[in-house]
Design a protein around this ligand. Structure first.
Ligand SMILES: C[S@@+](CC[C@H](N)C(=O)[O-])C[C@H]1O[C@@H](n2cnc3c(N)ncnc32)[C@H](O)[C@@H]1O
Length: 240
């Protein structure tokens, strides 16, 4: 794969808009929305949604009183965010070169986007630059354990058999992936980069951030295989 992740997302923009906007379809509705909206601080001066996509998270935050600006590297998704009937401002730009002034932001949100960036450290550097002194960054990513492996025997003929989660390579090595998913008549290719958890924590620590909260998101259904392996990770950090 030699194209950028942002380029891949722009090519998949139409599929993503349908996937993200179909009520109840994406994991946002089942696993994240209530958690995220419960964890975000009160509205500050400016909330920056990095990798805002078509803008669903920013619309929810605007409903809570946040002044939201999105930034996304996909022209199609940035346009969709702005042109939505309840849309908010969004700027075409890269996470590694945010078109935002120094110290202008009180909350940076990176919802399902920081594992989709080509370069993590420059993006965390930009988070550091735009955040004010008491600023907070909230990242929600595919859990690195999830992106490191796959289920074997996922749909066993014998329902009493337990699916096994296998890391068939290295948890520690960074690698690109493109996962094609079909569900309820919709298809979507998720383009991302697997990185170990330490890639995120080290990048934040190098910029003087302390992790305030880590939440590992599993399926609350105890019979689900995803009750044993975390699907997603929410990470909240602030400067020390
Ligand atoms: C899974 S989508 C999430 C979109 C949105 N946060 C949401 O949850 O609805 C990942 C987003 O990251 C964006 N992205 C990828 N690389 C980027 C980069 N270098 N700078 C800014 N955005 C980027 C993609 O264009 C895409 O909109």
């Amino acid at each position: 794969m030699d194209r950028s992740l942002a380029g891949a997302w722009d090519e998949s923009a139409a599929e993503w808009i349908e996937w993200a906007r179909t009520p109840g379809h994406d994991s946002y509705w089942t696993f994240h929305r209530d958690r995220l909206l419960g964890l975000v601080p009160k509205p500050g001066r400016l909330t920056l949604d990095v990798g805002c996509g078509e803008g669903r998270v920013g619309r929810d935050l605007a409903d809570l009183g946040h002044t939201v600006v999105g930034v996304d590297a996909s022209p199609s998704l940035t346009r969709a965010c702005v042109e939505h009937q309840d849309g908010h401002p969004a700027i075409l730009g890269a996470a590694s070169q945010l078109p935002i002034a120094d110290n202008a932001v009180d909350l940076v949100l990176g919802f399902m986007s920081f594992h989709d960036l080509d370069a993590l450290e420059p993006a965390i550097g930009e988070v550091d630059r735009v955040l004010g002194p008491n600023g907070r960054v909230h990242l929600a990513i595919v859990h690195p354990l999830n992106s490191a492996g796959n289920w074997q025997n996922s749909e066993p003929a014998d329902p009493s058999a337990t699916p096994t989660f296998v890391i068939d390579g290295s948890y520690l090595h960074v690698r690109r992936y493109a996962d094609r998913v079909e569900r309820d008549g919709l298809t979507m290719t998720f383009h991302g980069e697997h990185r170990p958890l330490s890639a995120y924590t080290n990048a934040l620590a190098a910029r003087g951030f302390a992790i305030e909260r880590l939440e590992e998101v599993t399926d609350p259904d105890p019979t689900s295989k995803w009750a044993r392996i975390p699907l997603f990770l929410h990470l909240i950090a602030r400067r020390i």
